[in-house]
Design a protein around this ligand. Structure first.
Ligand SMILES: [Fe+2]
Length: 317
């Protein structure tokens, strides 16, 4: 029987029929005879691997169930982007990782925001989004438990940069959007990790605590000299809703800064379409349909622009 597995699940004793989305084409598909063969496959940067379980070993069945959705997603990725595009996207994320971690981890440990590190990360994201936005945003959707906040921040930043450019904003305005996307959830770094990772339903008290994150992030970012006002607006107002039912200030319509209305769309889009080990990701169509239907949440003009300039034209998948 043929079975699609993830690259890191390849073991000695398996029989490999296909490497999907590989940058390097390997001449020696077939039995995985040694750890050296495993290494070679890892270096192919394939997204997924097809094994034949009649000719070689199978994977742990435990792994199988949990990973099914992820594997589905990865094979879809491989069908939409070339191996090279995916590889470049992975490189860009790796490059940005150190700077983004510096920003978010230091914020948690020391209550300080390092603008230099954030600027560096935004620079990298802007560069990658110039040529490879779709692949980067798609690859960042694969969120493991411990990488959730990091990859979500990076994906929202990339979405905002790309959306800003497609709206015809200046590169300076786009940079501000990128920085805002990166630190929009900074205030969550002040909350207990156990709360952020709690599976299942939150209590009313826990929800109230989570809802303090826009103000906490704003207070922290405001202490940094030279922090652009729109970045502060993104931190503070990205959970406001167009009809005035959001938080923390229940602002409505154009009283919500334009940049925060952009952030709200990108934030929710990434959250809905992300693949998590414990929940099924929504397809792009499902996410967009739900967002279009949730009247009152988003700025309707911006939502229409998001659909026409980002979705219909294939900028994001
Ligand atoms: Fe948030």
């Amino acid at each position: 029987m043929k079975k699609r597995i993830r690259l890191h699940q390849v073991r000695v004793g398996m029989y490999v029929e296909e490497l999907e989305g590989a940058v390097l084409s390997l001449p020696h598909l077939g039995p995985v005879a040694s750890p050296f063969d495993v290494d070679l496959m890892m270096n192919s940067h394939a997204i997924s691997v097809v094994i034949n379980t009649q000719k070689g070993l199978d994977v742990d069945s435990d792994h199988n169930e949990v990973q099914l959705d992820l594997i589905d997603f990865e094979s879809t990725l491989a069908s939409k982007f070339s191996g090279r595009q995916i590889w470049h996207a992975q490189e860009a994320i790796q490059d940005a990782r150190r700077s983004v971690s510096d920003v978010l981890v230091e914020a948690r440990l020391r209550g300080a925001l390092y603008l230099d590190a954030a600027d560096k990360a935004v620079e990298r994201i802007m560069l990658a989004a110039m040529t490879n936005a779709g692949a980067m945003i798609a690859v960042a959707k694969l969120k493991k438990k411990d990488e959730g906040t990091f990859l979500h921040s990076l994906a929202v930043s990339a979405l905002m940069v790309t959306f800003g450019r497609n709206l015809g904003l200046s590169e300076e305005a786009v940079r501000v959007l990128g920085l805002g996307g990166l630190i929009h959830d900074l205030g969550k770094m002040m909350l207990p990790i156990a709360l952020l990772r709690k599976p299942g339903k939150l209590t009313v008290e826990e929800m109230d605590l989570i809802r303090t994150h826009p103000e906490r992030g704003y207070e922290m970012a405001k202490r940094i000299a030279g922090m652009p006002r729109p970045v502060l607006d993104i931190c503070l107002y990205h959970h406001e809703k167009f009809d005035g039912t959001g938080y923390p200030h229940r602002l409505a319509g154009s009283a919500i800064p334009h940049v925060a209305r952009i952030a709200a769309i990108c934030d929710v889009y990434d959250a809905l379409t992300s693949v998590r080990p414990y929940k099924r990701a929504w397809s792009q169509a499902e996410a967009i349909e739900t967002m279009m239907r949730s009247t009152g949440h988003f700025d309707p003009d911006l939502m229409k622009a998001f659909v026409s300039k980002m979705v219909i034209n294939g900028t994001i998948h």
